[in-house]
Design a protein around this ligand. Structure first.
Ligand SMILES: Cc1cc2nc3c(=O)[nH]c(=O)nc-3n(C[C@H](O)[C@H](O)[C@H](O)COP(=O)(O)OP(=O)(O)OC[C@H]3O[C@@H](n4cnc5c(N)ncnc54)[C@H](O)[C@@H]3O)c2cc1C
Length: 415
């Protein structure tokens, strides 16, 4: 077991989302740390950021199968559903096992958090800086400074998202927002409102079908043809070891790895069940489809007037950009290491990670005491790095590497 020597914690996990929670569960289950020596730092609480996003886009079911969840036993969620007579919340899938409803997924995740009492490890704060030392890591937060033996970064996209150029000056207005803006809630949209949604992927389609209710006018601005894919990439990428080699033959944090991942991801797609709902809504004309790009948008008196390249114009009460996440390397914590850090970064600020352990490499090529899980590790784990299955793979690698380190240290102590 890793114990804090002269530090506040043995292991500190930054981010209490899917990845942070799963890492904590794995570490506790492997007896790598006890609860008193573990901290999970997150300003929003455990799993809240993901729960919020599911609500913001009206997601009713997970895209991934029931074996992808935050516990270690792959059948934990299925058994949880069976024990509570909730098997009907496992819905059919076109590939692989059934998928859980969002409420079943979060009830199970909450039950797992309670089982390990993870709330007691939670520090409600934002981490503002992480400084790697040779014997420990210094973590600066909004409530103070902590010193930890190991630091695991699981911050997801860290709040960065993309939006069209015409929206730049409008996002500060009431009428225009991004679906991932923390202030956005679908319930806040008036029953008789005219709403525009920009985007053509799963998020835009889910949001449009959620908002399309009698009395409301919903316009979907989707310039490209809809593309349907059950998952976010080919299932080959879920077998991390074999396929990961495709990436790992290239230098860490390189442009070629980044492009391979981007090419492998089916970004901008939606699964068949979402497409079916969208198609029905379009046929019923509860959603209007506008295929032309928006060229200009102007805010006027609480509404937004939109003009498209084909000359059509719309006056909307609300315009919501469902245009995706930004680069995970743009978040403050990753940016911090682009200049004057002992940690190596590469193409567009990607962290240079050790392939076998996910440990962030120092400039001299030695592994630091900081590991990365989630989308920030996609150059090692590929297109599913950000997903629940990616958390499971990252958990295996990180726990194995900490175990190996511990063994090495105890051998050294004996000599
Ligand atoms: C709507 C939606 C649906 C998805 N559906 C699926 C699905 O069905 N199956 C699947 O496998 N994947 C799915 N994904 C992808 C992925 O599983 C999720 O995005 C998942 O939430 C990623 O987990 P995470 O822990 O990396 O990030 P997050 O859930 O975003 O958690 C990151 C946490 O880090 C915290 N944080 C960030 N910066 C700091 C900081 N500086 N200091 C402290 N804390 C910080 C945040 O507050 C947050 O709580 C979906 C994604 C979205 C957006």
């Amino acid at each position: 077991m890793i114990r804090e020597a002269n530090t506040d914690f043995a292991i500190t996990i930054v981010g209490g989302g899917i990845h942070g929670v799963h890492l904590a569960v794995r570490l506790l289950e492997a007896d790598m740390v006890d609860l008193q020596s573990l901290a999970i730092i997150d300003p929003t609480g455990l799993l809240e950021a993901f729960r919020r996003k599911c609500e913001q886009c009206g997601m009713a079911e997970l895209r991934s199968p029931y074996v992808h969840h935050v516990d270690t036993d792959p059948f934990s969620l299925r058994d949880f559903a069976r024990a509570r007579g909730r098997e009907d919340e496992l819905v059919p899938s076109t590939v692989g096992a059934e998928r859980p409803t969002t409420s079943l997924f979060f009830d199970h995740a909450g039950w797992v958090c309670d089982r390990y009492d993870l709330e007691s490890a939670l520090v409600n704060a934002r981490v503002t800086a992480v400084d790697p030392g040779s014997q420990s890591v210094e973590i600066e937060t909004t409530v103070g400074r902590y010193c930890t033996e190991y630091c695991l970064l699981a911050t997801g996209h860290g709040g960065s998202f993309t939006f069209p150029a015409w929206a730049t000056d409008l996002l500060s207005t009431e009428a225009v927002t991004h679906v991932w803006d923390t202030g956005f809630a679908p319930e806040s949209i008036g029953q008789e409102a005219t709403v525009g949604i920009v985007g053509g992927s799963i998020t835009a389609a889910q949001l449009a079908t959620t908002l399309a209710q009698p009395g409301r006018e919903v316009v979907l601005f989707a310039r490209s043809p809809f593309r349907v894919e059950a998952l976010e990439a080919s299932t080959d990428w879920m077998h991390f070891t074999g396929v990961g080699k495709k990436l790992q033959e290239h230098p860490p944090a390189s442009r070629v790895r980044e492009e391979l991942v981007a090419k492998a991801r089916y970004d901008g797609t939606m699964p068949p069940y979402v497409f079916r709902r969208l198609k029905r809504a379009l046929e019923r004309q509860s959603i209007e489809l506008e295929r032309s790009d928006i060229s200009v948008a102007t805010e006027a008196g609480g509404t937004v007037v939109v003009t498209c390249q084909d000359g059509s114009a719309f006056c909307l009460d609300k315009l919501i950009c469902a245009t995706g996440f930004g680069s995970p390397y743009e978040s403050d914590l990753f940016q911090q290491h682009r200049q004057e850090s002992t940690l190596q970064t590469g193409y567009r600020g990607a962290p240079a990670l050790e392939d076998e352990t996910l440990r962030w490499l120092h400039q001299d090529g030695t592994p630091s005491r900081i590991s990365v899980s989630g989308v920030g590790a996609q150059q090692v784990l590929g297109p599913f790095a950000r997903n629940v299955i990616g958390a499971r793979r990252a958990g295996e690698l990180i726990v194995d590497s900490l175990e190996a380190n511990l063994e090495l240290e105890s051998q050294r102590a004996k000599v």
